[in-house]
Design a protein around this ligand. Structure first.
Ligand code: PLP
Length: 408
């Protein structure tokens, strides 16, 4: 008899978006003729840019000829992409990394979860609240999160980010070993300035903690004082691992490619106090369990760094951010309390009249036919908020906003 990893039994039944989808389906069954406008999706909608398409076509043709066919690539990613990453994403910001610190992957989500297995289950973990569910659920799967009751995990330290603290998390008042930070943030759409993030780096140095920094929305930053990478902050390379993704940057949610930075200086300790580089452990793990991102995806990612690619990707990001600006203006004009959306494609909106997130979600769905994502699904401090995304066509967003204007 094979015994279950019982930590899986502690996970709440459903992933947030499955619950949302179920409720939308119920609405559709009852109102088969009604159009539904989605501001709920956390997925991009605009097609891949021409530079990427061209690179992928070329890569496919190479794979079709004996002389240029490629089988397994390096588990850590092809040199051409790792070099392009260093040259474009880090050097211009004064960050000097080595190619051996870059691990190309099939998207950030896998690595975000997989890093959990390099550190003992009984490390203490802190997450900002509300939070991208993957950090907490993947902690729970290996027994780090404790038990789940009333929307909280017993062994997770929640760092509330609410309008009251301007969505800037306070340093924990106890020592923690691992901290997940994501800025610009999903779901709140807010960001940290360099000064605010520096406090976290200093905390990690002082407390010998590791920061897992999720930079998935880095490309949406518009303000100069917001860091694109945690390594822009002095000392961060001793304490931080950073996750990047081409999903939101270049519409790669269906292509699957991203990368993780694991500086040589970041270490974890044995009981006897020996320090082991995380880079070495991660490399060992990846070469055993991962066989590399596809050649075609990596050529696609490389194309984003060409002059044409950069310009085309920028245009799509501008398109989404213009959506965000438009949504924010309209909603504020309607009297809603709206945050985020300035350096991220998400708006975080307070529900009117202290309504719960799910109640407001249903009201929006049934009265305005607009889909949002209930904030409570992202953690206890998300209660009383909903997330709206700018990832839709301008036309659909205008329609959704008209619907909201008619209802409220
Ligand atoms: C979308 C997203 C990612 C990226 O995931 P991929 O696996 O690269 O598609 C990572 N972190 C956050 C917070 C996200 O919203």
């Amino acid at each position: 008899m094979a015994l279950i990893n019982e930590h899986f039994l502690k996970l709440p039944d459903n992933y947030l978006f499955a619950d949302v989808a179920k409720k939308i389906n119920a609405f559709r069954v009852q109102h088969p003729k009604a159009a539904v406008y989605s501001l709920g999706i956390g997925d991009v909608t605009q097609p891949l840019c021409p530079a990427v398409i061209e690179a992928m076509h070329k890569a496919v043709d190479e794979m079709g000829k004996e002389q240029s066919f490629r089988g397994y690539g390096p588990e850590q990613g092809y040199e051409f992409l790792r070099e392009a990453i260093l040259k474009n994403d880090f050097l211009p910001r004064g960050v000097h990394l080595d190619a051996s610190e870059v691990f190309v992957n099939d998207g950030a989500k896998s690595d975000i979860g997989n890093f959990q297995e390099l550190v003992r289950w009984d490390n203490t973990i802190a997450v900002t609240d509300p939070v991208y569910p993957v950090y907490v659920d993947s902690s729970a799967m290996i027994g780090r999160a404790g038990t789940f009751a009333d929307g909280r995990w017993s062994n997770v330290i929640y760092l509330p980010c609410t309008a009251e603290n301007n969505f800037v998390p306070q340093l924990p008042n106890q020592r923690v070993d691992i901290i997940y930070l994501c800025f610009p943030n999903n779901p709140t759409g807010t960001a940290l300035t360099k000064k605010e993030l520096r406090r976290w780096v200093n905390y990690a140095i002082k407390n010998d903690a590791i920061i897992f920094f999720d930079a998935a929305y880095e490309a949406y930053i518009r303000r100069d004082d917001i860091p694109h990478s945690i390594y822009e902050i002095k000392g961060a390379r001793r304490v931080a691992v950073e996750f990047h993704s081409y999903s939101k940057t270049a519409g790669f949610t269906g292509i699957r490619c991203g990368y993780t930075i694991v500086p040589h200086e970041v270490t974890v300790a044995t009981f006897s106090g020996e320090r082991i580089p995380l880079n070495q452990l991660w490399n060992r793990r990846q070469t055993t369990k991962f066989n590399g991102a596809s050649y075609i995806s990596q050529r696609a990612a490389e194309a984003i760094y060409t002059p044409e690619g950069r310009e085309q990707v920028r245009q799509t990001i501008d398109y989404y951010m213009q959506n965000a600006d438009y949504m924010k203006d309209k909603l504020i004009a309607k009297g809603f309390e709206v945050y985020g959306g300035d350096n991220a494609p998400y708006l975080w909106m307070r529900t009117p009249g202290k309504m719960t997130s799910w109640r407001f979600f249903e009201q929006m769905l049934y009265n305005a036919h607009v889909v949002c994502t209930p904030g409570a699904g992202f953690g206890p401090s998300g209660e009383g908020y909903v997330r709206l995304t700018a990832f839709n066509t301008r036309k659909k967003i205008e329609q959704a906003l008209e619907q909201i204007a008619k209802t409220y």
